[in-house]
Design a binder for this molecule. Structure first.
Ligand SMILES: Cc1cc2nc3c(=O)[nH]c(=O)nc-3n(C[C@H](O)[C@H](O)[C@H](O)COP(=O)(O)OP(=O)(O)OC[C@H]3O[C@@H](n4cnc5c(N)ncnc54)[C@H](O)[C@@H]3O)c2cc1C
Length: 446
């Protein structure tokens, strides 16, 4: 059942994506980063190459590729510019709530526009006063006949200034939290929508990030993606599809840092020899490599699970957490390997470090991923081992000795200190922790 090889089609896709990244993205990345501008032409070229919205199903005019294929494409583009990778992939994020919705008419119309005409979609849950707490959305949706009226502001919206469409999450009642969240698919040229100035950022400056204001924006009910109460789940399902791709951003950026380092350590001399000869440097490279390989495996697994229609919420969360945290570590170590040159704008590490820093923040911060994982562990995880109180760690007789008489007495275990007692009844009092006999439980396994 397990296989880690890529098919010939996937290998070919990976090769084409790498070629695109090296010839179309890498040469422009630093210029547009410095300019703090998104090169629309490159996004158009990525669309023409089949890399934008690659996972739109064939019935809507798309290529019908899986998330694994998207992960392969994204790693290659992110290796040359994580910011442009964010912009190129953002249409997938923006259209995902539509794809996951039950609104077939909207799917038929808008997905075809994206797949065939290269229209761009963006995604909006975050607001100026709220990001992690999606149930705390304040953007107000008020029903009015066959329409909803939207009022409020979304913030941090990637591609918000260049997108044609927007998946927007709002609430019919901020006080009702999850129960009030709904979602709509908007056309960005509808009256009442105002795009703010481009937010100046530390990194990923090739990706456009803006605030978007809604003043009495009339949204036809035909554009509902989630009715009030269903929007929160739709947002979470969207993240389960997109978080593996954030893993690919991390893998791509970290791989770039490693590859630049491999080149540098063979050429840079210190103490009369290439620094590649120092074990301290070699161990850094080994650490970097194992983190990248682990991240890629996690990314592919989470993407594969999604392609198999499995619930990948947990694996997507692990991927997002691990691949983004280790990407930052890897890029940071690479910068260290470059010494002073790593800290300059003449070498690629400083941009990579700025770009990769964002990965731990958007699409659910590292802290939120830890919350998701710990919540899963404490509420849903199915252990393979028995509970502690059912372990008879200490036994009356040697369990491997065939001559030993079978234990006839009942085994009791103190739930407080773990003491195991043999007898018809538990002791009146534990001889170790002095708790009453009621603290003892009859051991059923072991
Ligand atoms: C460049 C960029 C692009 C983005 N693109 C988009 C986009 O396209 N669409 C969109 O909707 N959003 C987008 N975002 C928003 C992004 O998803 C949010 O910034 C992110 O979810 C965090 O929200 P916040 O910034 O409001 O931080 P807050 O939610 O205010 O959190 C602040 C800090 O507190 C921590 N924290 C919050 N709650 C808890 C908790 N319960 N337990 C422990 N720690 C907690 C957080 O981890 C964080 O460290 C983007 C952000 C940036 C910077």
């Amino acid at each position: 059942m397990l296989g880690f090889h890529l098919t010939s089609e996937q290998l070919s896709l990976q090769k084409t994506a790498r070629q695109f990244a090296l010839t179309r993205v890498l040469p422009v990345a630093w210029y547009y980063d410095e300019k703090d501008e998104t090169p629309l032409q490159v996004i158009r070229e990525a669309f023409e190459a089949g890399f934008v919205g690659a996972d739109i199903p064939e019935e809507y005019g798309g290529k019908g590729l899986g998330l694994v294929e998207s992960a392969l494409i994204t790693e290659e583009i992110a290796a040359t510019c994580p910011g442009l990778a964010t912009s190129i992939f953002d249409t997938s994020l923006g259209m995902e709530p539509l794809l996951l919705s039950a609104n077939n008419a909207a799917k038929k119309h808008y997905l075809r526009q994206i797949a065939e005409k290269g229209k761009l979609a963006a995604f909006a849950t975050s607001e100026p006063t709220m990001g992690s707490d999606v149930a705390g959305i304040r953007c107000q949706a008020s029903a009015d006949g066959q329409e909803y009226i939207l009022n409020g502001t979304k913030y941090w919206i990637t591609n918000g200034g260049i997108a044609d469409y927007l998946s927007v999450f709002a609430t019919v009642d901020p006080k009702s939290r999850h129960k009030g969240i709904c979602a709509f698919f908007l056309e960005m040229d509808w009256p009442g929508i105002t795009v703010g100035r481009t937010i100046p950022k530390m990194g990923q400056r090739c990706s456009n990030t803006v605030g978007i204001n809604f003043k009495n924006v009339r949204v036809p009910k035909a554009n509902i993606l989630a009715e009030p109460g269903d929007g929160f789940v739709l947002a979470m399902k969207t993240f389960a599809r997109t978080r593996p791709i954030i893993g690919s951003f991390g893998v791509g950026a970290a791989r770039a840092a490693l590859e630049y380092s491999l080149d540098y350590v063979k050429k840079r001399q210190a103490f009369g020899a290439p620094i590649a000869g120092f074990q301290a440097i070699q161990f850094k490279l080994a650490e970097m490599y194992q983190k990248i390989e682990t991240s890629r495996l996690l990314t592919w697994k989470a993407a594969w699970e999604s392609d198999q229609q499995l619930d990948n919420t947990v694996s997507a969360s692990i991927t997002k957490l691990y691949a983004t945290e280790t990407a930052l570590e890897v890029v940071n170590e690479a910068l260290q390997i470059f010494g002073g040159y790593g800290y300059t704008k003449m070498f690629p590490l400083e941009k990579l470090l700025r770009d990769v820093r964002l990965l731990r923040i958007y699409e659910g911060t590292s802290e939120i991923q830890r919350l998701i994982l710990s919540d899963y562990l404490l509420k849903k995880y199915q252990p393979g081992l028995p509970p502690l109180e059912d372990l008879a760690l200490h036994r009356q007789n040697d369990p491997l000795d065939p001559q030993a008489p079978p234990a006839t007495d009942t085994t009791w275990r103190c739930r407080i200190c773990g003491h195991v007692h043999y007898g018809e009844e538990p002791p009146e009092e534990c001889p170790y922790c002095f708790f009453a006999g009621s603290a003892f439980k009859e051991v059923t396994t072991g």
